[in-house]
Design a binder for this molecule. Sequence first.
Ligand SMILES: [Zn+2]
Length: 326
Amino acid sequence: MKTKEILPELFEVERLIHEYQGILHSEKLGEVSNGKFSFPIYGLSLGSTDPKAPVFGLFGGVHGLERIGTHVLLSFLKTLLFRMEWEKDWEAFFSKCRLITIPIINPMGMALMKRSNGNNIDLMRNSPLESSGKLIPLLSGHRLSSLLPWYRGKAGDAPEKEIQAVYDFCQKNFFQSQKIITLDIHSGFGFKDRLWYPWSSYTTPFPLEPQVLKLKNLLDKTYPYHIYQVEHQSINYSNHGDLWDWIYMDYLKSSPEAHYLPLTLELGSWMWVKKNLWQVFSWEGMFNPVKRHRYARTMRRHNHLLEFLLKATYYHDSWSRILTND
Ligand SMILES: [Zn+2]
């Protein structure tokens, strides 16, 4: 079977790499295979190559079932790349700022239509971090059996190839920068679209909480009718092996004074199910909008948030000066 049929999202990433090879820098961060299929993991970057430039990072497809996150990401990227062809202001903007993305972190899981990777390991439970937060049995990550969901992998094993690739890509692209926002897009929790800020591993306040609250204030003032519920991730639950807490903690060792906000966009897929109960019977339908008009709405609903975060990364100093964190 061809990539276009089994993993159309990867086909689309490769098409973009080819079409925009002059502006979009791409690299193969690794390859995952299961004997039958083999897929590359692509990292893309756009804009300044200065290691100290502000960086906005977009990530999707950690959980193979949540392909809508990759679609939202690619929809934004395609619009941006096309706009750059005629809105010439972007050239000056990107001469000082960098956008980086891994649109499909878990291609094998996405191709096989499962949450975990090809080794049945949940990539959002696989980092070496142990949580001390509000743990829910199984859901927060366990080492009991790879046959159960939320499996972390064996104790002492090296991180899975996919999350090591994300770590290395982030380290290379922004560990020397002082202004960074990353957004990892998921779906499947609750009725609302939630913008989560860390931690997931600890119940103590996130060290940059005042900065996050200022950013929330900026979002509220810029888009007073926005739809996002901005909240601390561990309000809902904590988990072991969080990917972004791991990267953040290591980043902090090298740049303790810097501003790195790792955010998660959790698309509220229960509202798609509520409006279309038949989706409950479709494995993919629990995590993705099935009806055409609902899919289209999801595609256009988040573009302004992604552009807002890109601009907020670059203009960090100006909004940080004028806003408070209440
Ligand atoms: Zn997820």
